[in-house]
Design a protein around this ligand. Sequence first.
Ligand SMILES: Cc1cc2nc3c(=O)[nH]c(=O)nc-3n(C[C@H](O)[C@H](O)[C@H](O)COP(=O)(O)OP(=O)(O)OC[C@H]3O[C@@H](n4cnc5c(N)ncnc54)[C@H](O)[C@@H]3O)c2cc1C
Length: 551
Amino acid sequence: MSQGHTSPGRGAESYDVVVVGAGFAGMYMLHRLRGLGFSARVYEQGSGVGGTWYWNRYPGARCDVESMQYSYSFSDELQQEWDWSERYAPQAEILRYANHVADRFDLRRDIQFDTRIESAVFDEVTGRWAVTTSRGDTVQAQFVVLATGCLSNARKPDIKGLETFKGPVYHTGNWPHEPVDFTGLRVGLIGTGSSGIQSAPIIAEQASHLTVFQRTANFSVPARNGALSDEERGAFRNNYPEIRRFAREVARNGIYTEQPDRGALDDDEETRRAKYAARWERGGLTFMYAYNNLGLDRTANDTAADFVRGKIAEIVNDPGKAKLLQPNSHPIGTKRICVDTDYFATFNRPNVALVDIKTHPIEEITASAVRVAGTDHEVDALVLATGFDAMTGSVARIDIRGRGGQTLNQKWAEGPKTYLGLMSAGFPNLFIITGPGSPSVLSNMIVSIEQHVDWIADALGSLRRQGLATMEADRDAEEKWVAHVNEVAAGTLYPQANSWYMGANVPGKPRIFMPYIGGVGVYRRICDEVAAKGYEGFVLQRADQPRAAAS
Ligand SMILES: Cc1cc2nc3c(=O)[nH]c(=O)nc-3n(C[C@H](O)[C@H](O)[C@H](O)COP(=O)(O)OP(=O)(O)OC[C@H]3O[C@@H](n4cnc5c(N)ncnc54)[C@H](O)[C@@H]3O)c2cc1C
């Protein structure tokens, strides 16, 4: 059933569903669509599956949600048979896993690699999308699913002279497939978010000298990574039904961990420090789960932030460097908290320098140096760990035209607008997986991906059973959802940070808090209720009904 066909008179291949992207979202979407008997074609600009894990091959790249949880749950056989080697698997292993899934579920025959989707145009007469590829083909589809990823559009910084640099320039989000050897080289690393923090310790071990250019000091907690034993894997495998249920329905961020039942100010200082110390020793993102009000109350948050700043001062020998590495510009957790292996200790190495580019931004990159405050820092190679145009960047690069020829970029000029992060009014039958307005990047993303894919698959199945042709977000429901997303964010400390959640890392991008912060459990219940009420807030139409715009 998943074979497309050529429709007489259209002169183009035609599918029930076109899926854009073959990361974890696109792969699982294809699997579900096939199971329902829809014809589907996936287009992927890369030459292989895996998305994030195909592109981000930089030294030290690994997940920061534990692998036993950062993995698909849709197939019990799969989760029972795959052996994760470490608590946080490295990039190469996660990519192997993605390839294993593609083989095991025979996905490749419906994925076209090395093909970008350039545009998608909705035809109001036929009710179908015309999707154009980078190879110049146009295919027809009733539905389009954007599985294009939240962190897939690598952002190259606009620094004067960057193109004049004579040595190699690497972006962490688009790393070469061949090994990069920094032995004997002086390396400049620009950017100290998650990718910079993961790669600095490894590059420092190899390079003759590493200069880290830091604009924003970020909070990072130790990973405490290590090999997983059979017992540790077994503890997850034997309890997967409960662990996965908890991650989906109870946890705010899709991660199974004890939920705090008290606020930071409910404990005295000694107890508080002991709790933070225990979480620090255990390692990982759940540091922020020491208390239930760290994202809500600034005074409470300060106690956790002070603890981490204290740890940085303990680890880093040079007090000047330690001070520079201590984050002070935002509450802890309001920018993506990083998980590292020896990041702060790396600055004790004699071959590592730290340059503050907040006080004095980079003036220029010359043929052989990065110039800051009149000083040339000589380097042989540059690593840009400058992140992504997050959440909307990859969607915005596709020319998407809905009703009345309106482009999605026009509609989102002041910030993304969606209903539930799944659809945008005026763009019928176009779905987004982990789109803005859903928990997405604030969660264990595989949990959110599976939830969205299942919801979309159920919706398509329901449309077909009822003989309905189009589904579209109602404008009123969308407005209310956008207001709700903003209201929930405004009740937290998150908007206080200039983060990529806010679009603040991209000059000119509207400052809107994009993900839904209400928690994955709450969000799932809302989506399920919407579906149970016959897709409340969506307009569903038969093919022969007049195609009036959704109210
Ligand atoms: C370094 C790094 C570490 C991360 N670690 C974690 C973690 O530990 N836990 C976690 O929950 N999340 C993590 N994430 C987030 C990660 O992106 C998601 O977990 C998940 O992999 C996203 O899957 P996806 O399929 O939605 O998107 P992606 O994996 O980004 O895949 C999208 C695919 O779409 C393709 N594409 C985009 N536009 C087009 C187009 N126009 N035409 C054709 N193809 C297109 C891209 O090439 C890409 O392959 C991390 C992200 C990064 C960058």
